[in-house]
Design a protein around this ligand. Structure first.
Ligand SMILES: [Zn+2]
Length: 369
């Protein structure tokens, strides 16, 4: 649920200006002022700007950060900044009003932020001082191996390209079962570069326990993914600003809701509801003016039960039940609706609903033009 008006969707010209900005910065890091000067909306990224397939992976990551949402890998095929901008703008328009909240996503997520920093430092050093040693590895035979920033960056980029081609989604966990060595480092960095979440796991001591072991590991992976998702959701929600968010609003089909009903001058009270379910509603009703991050700049009074009981699982996997009233009751009902594919405008009169749908259809059309 939103607290204030969310920013309107960016128009194509604005998208193109931002794409050009990102491409220019990357081109300058790679090839200096001359490469940056070659960047125009119609310039070929491959031939004129000199971005090869590995640099395109980096470009995709930066565009995702700039636009705050996951981009389809089809974007890797576009060869000019203009084509990139059209794909990105069209992606936004096709999604329609269901997911505009993604525009403010990812870049501020706690986990993603740490990843961006690690990745960014490797990227900068790898470009500016490729011969500088990054790691000295002691080999089993007693010798020493030196890995430079440049070598690690190109090995990581190869891993990232492979993961992207394999369909890795942003924020998805990747299990790493490798001895600590060159391959481990390249894979770890490559996963970060591709927008994934590396989770190092260790082989089982006893091979006859492999099945039990595999189950435990997959639980660890799922857990890491949920935590990263929840971090991402809180960042999106606070930035909007909003008081509640359902995972589906940032394009993740999981039954997870984040809520914080604390007032501006109060300390934050982040709450996570996994698989929430309304188990009781009061006869008494309450009316709130609701807004939604998925339907920016539209507010309408909605009547709902004033009290609810909600059963859910917490982040520790423990079953919980909460009796909610006031704003919390409204927010929980609004967000649990999202999980079930219901929007708050489904609770208002048909006349008002048709009006808001028409308004969004017009905005989407304008953006596509
Ligand atoms: Zn909503």
């Amino acid at each position: 649920m939103s607290q204030a008006a969310a920013p309107p969707a960016a128009a194509l010209a604005e998208v193109e200006a931002r794409v050009l900005d990102v491409v220019r910065t990357l081109a300058e890091e790679l090839g200096g002022a001359r490469a940056a000067g070659a960047v125009t909306a119609a310039a070929s990224l491959e031939r004129e700007v000199g971005l090869g397939s590995l640099e395109r992976v980096e470009l995709l990551l930066r565009l995702e950060n700039a636009f705050g949402r996951a981009l389809d890998d089809g974007v890797l095929q576009a060869d000019t900044p203009g084509a990139l901008a059209r794909l990105i703008a069209a992606g936004g328009a096709v999604e329609g009003p269901a997911r505009p909240a993604r525009a403010e996503r990812i870049e501020a997520a706690t986990v993603a932020q740490a990843a961006a920093t690690v990745h960014e430092s490797l990227w900068r050093r790898g470009q500016s001082q490729p011969a500088r040693p990054h790691v000295y590895l002691r080999r089993d035979d007693g010798g020493e191996e030196t890995i430079t920033y440049g070598a690690l960056l190109s090995e990581a980029a190869a891993v990232a390209g492979g993961l992207r081609e394999g369909g890795l989604r942003r924020g998805e966990t990747v299990a790493l079962m490798l001895p600590t060595g060159r391959e481990f480092l390249a894979a770890f960095q490559g996963i970060l570069m591709a927008g994934g979440l590396p989770v190092p796991i260790y082989p089982p001591a006893r091979l006859d326990r492999l099945e039990e072991y595999a189950q435990r590991q997959s639980a660890i992976l799922a857990d890491a993914e949920v935590r990263a998702l929840v971090d991402d959701m809180f960042e999106t929600m606070y930035k909007a600003p909003g008081v509640g968010l359902a995972a589906i609003q940032i394009g993740v089909a999981q039954r997870i809701v984040t809520v914080d009903t604390a007032k501006k001058d109060e300390p934050k009270q982040p709450q996570v509801f996994i698989n929430p379910e309304i188990v009781w509603t009061s006869e008494e009703k309450n009316t709130y003016e609701e807004g939604c991050l998925s339907i920016p700049e539209y507010y309408e009074e909605v009547e709902r039960p004033s009290e609810v009981k909600v059963r859910f699982m917490d982040l520790q996997g423990k079953a919980q039940e909460v009796a909610a009233e006031g704003l919390l009751a409204t927010v929980l009902q609004h967000e649990i609706d999202h999980i079930n594919g219901v929007l708050f405008i489904d609770h208002i009169s048909k006349l008002k609903r048709d009006r808001v749908i028409k308004k969004f259809a017009k905005a989407a059309k304008r953006e596509a033009e």
